[in-house]
Design a protein around this ligand. Structure first.
Ligand code: SF4
Ligand code: SF4
Length: 95
């Protein structure tokens, strides 16, 4: 199992409910680095953390390939959205 953490969406709460619900300590909040860390070897794939995060900052994947496919998809979606938004505003895209 691998866990995607969207660090742009995450509120970086030191009392992160998703980390607190993780019984294996696969997901931990590091207050020095001020961010969440995931240890794949400790994860049992229960999905509790994903359900606990109210901001959809977490997503669980069976394999690294599944995560890569997901990241490719959201990168493309963001590019399309940005391009359409720029076009709607009548602005030119930066080269
Ligand atoms: S609950 Fe979600 S948004 Fe809040 S700190 Fe944890 S992972 Fe980040
Ligand atoms: S899926 Fe379960 S074991 Fe894995 S990080 Fe989330 S809560 Fe922890």
């Amino acid at each position: 199992m691998t866990l995607y953490i969207d660090h742009e969406v995450c509120l970086k709460d030191p009392c992160c409910p998703a980390a607190e619900v993780c019984s294996t300590k696969a997901l931990v909040y590091d207050s020095v680095e001020n961010r969440l860390f995931f240890k794949a070897d400790l994860c049992n794939g229960c999905g509790q953390c994903v359900r606990k995060c109210a901001y959809n900052a977490l997503a669980l994947f069976e394999t690294a390939d599944d995560l890569t496919a997901f990241l490719t998809k959201i990168t493309k979606a963001r590019e399309i959205f940005t391009s359409k938004f720029i076009s709607l505003l009548g602005l030119k895209e930066q080269p």
